[in-house]
Design a protein around this ligand. Structure first.
Ligand code: ARG
Length: 403
């Protein structure tokens, strides 16, 4: 093993990465640069700086990535209506390539030969980080302490923390926290009692949404404006991508929108159970499908729906920077040229329902579809021939099969 000279650590300031920082300094005896990304996790980041300073870190990077996250990662994914296994909006999956991109950028800038992350050996996140680093700069080594050290459980982690006088955070109830990953798109909660999928999740796991039962009795009507597939305004007011998602998170959270209790299949092989809260993302998915419904051609829309599960799986499995994801993205982006207009939704007790949509590029023709008399020439006899020809083979089959 060649000696490592400098490491850039993806550092949250939480328990795991605080221990990892100490462990890297002791194990490699080299300089560790910390990188803390503001992805809208809703946590103070200055404490991370103070903790890194206390651990003797000289080069501390704290970077606000909220706009880049939403503009270059969340919105492109939203154009595809991406859902993993039909339900998961990929809130953690989509943040990893962005963090990896910046880890690599800083490593190059400071001349580090390795990056390190705090993802465990059983999860998806290690794969996502490392595939992204591989794709962006294969000369940079990746250190994954969770796969290297002798610590094997959270219990042992707490013991290590105690031995090295590292502050152990606890939740509001004074208990060891769940495994939580939060950013502007979602909060994901795993571990502890949730590891038994037969147990109902206790109410205190939810962080950013109210229980739909306790949501306001009055519905709230909101309008979202789209341009070329991306949301650009809320209630007529133009806002930046991160501001838009922040606002929708507030609105959705208040109405209990976007809760998901899911057992999913991890790329590494096992099933896992998690609680997701994606209020703004859930609203945006419904709204985007709403604007697509009047602006996309049928075959274009159906082709998008066919490739969507494949595209979502690529993101889930960590292949954001792979050519096949980029090829699908080009197809998806191309489809969005006319996906512009406004969608109105009703938020009410956990649901976000589209109630109207309008677009200057609409393909919808009331004249064509109307049950009333219409000016547009539509020869009903054409429908007769259309059905007769489509039925041709069905009639042949029925005659042979003697139905
Ligand atoms: N299972 C989710 C995924 O693979 C979330 C992973 C991170 N969440 C966490 N609570 N540690 O994308």
């Amino acid at each position: 093993m060649t000696k490592i000279e400098k490491i850039v650590l993806s550092y949250s300031g939480g328990l795991d990465t605080s221990i990892i920082l100490k462990w890297l300094q002791e194990t490699y005896g080299c300089e560790v640069v910390t990188f803390t990304a503001d992805l809208g996790q809703g946590e103070e980041l200055e404490p991370a700086r103070a903790k890194a300073e206390m651990s003797g870190v000289k080069d501390i990077r704290i970077v606000d990535l909220r706009e880049e996250f939403v503009r270059d990662f969340v919105f492109p994914m939203l154009r595809a209506n991406a859902l993993y296994e039909g339900q998961y909006l990929l809130g953690s999956s989509i943040a990893r390539p962005l963090i990896a991109k910046h880890l690599v950028g800083i490593a190059r800038e400071v001349g580090a030969d390795a990056v390190a992350h705090g993802a465990t050996g059983k999860g998806n996140d290690q794969i996502r980080f490392e595939l992204a680093v591989n794709a962006l700069d294969p000369s940079i080594r990746v250190i994954a302490p969770w796969r290297q050290w002798t610590i094997r459980s959270r219990m042992q982690l707490l013991e290590y923390a105690e031995k090295h006088r590292i502050l152990v955070p606890s939740d509001k109830r004074g208990e060891a926290p769940f495994s939580i990953d939060a950013n502007l798109l979602h909060t994901s909660t795993e571990g502890k009692i949730l590891e038994n999928p037969a147990e109902v999740a206790p109410d205190h796991v939810y962080q950013r949404t109210v229980d739909p039962i306790d949501a306001p009795d009055a519905p709230e009507i909101i309008t979202i404006g789209f341009e070329r597939g991306d949301p650009i305004s809320v209630n007529g007011k133009a806002v930046t991508p991160a501001a838009l998602l922040t606002e929708l998170n507030g609105l959705g959270g208040r109405h209990g929108v976007g809760r998901l209790d899911l057992v999913e299949n991890r790329f590494i092989g096992m099933k896992s159970r998690g609680i997701y809260e994606t209020p703004g993302g859930t609203i945006l998915l419904a709204a985007h499908r709403g604007i697509e419904s009047i602006t996309l051609d049928r075959a274009a829309a159906h082709l998008k729906d066919e490739i969507m599960p494949r595209y979502a799986e690529l993101i889930y499995n960590g292949f954001w920077f792979a050519p096949e994801r980029e090829m699908l993205q080009a197809l998806i982006d191309h489809s969005q040229a006319f996906v512009s207009g406004e969608v109105t939704l009703r938020l009410y007790k956990g649901s976000a329902s589209v109630i109207s949509r309008a677009s200057p590029c609409s393909l919808y023709s009331a004249d064509l579809v109307t049950f009333e008399e219409s000016a547009i020439a539509f020869d009903h006899h054409d429908a007769e021939g259309f059905i007769r020809l489509n039925g041709l083979r069905l009639r042949s089959l029925a005659a042979r099969n003697g139905r």
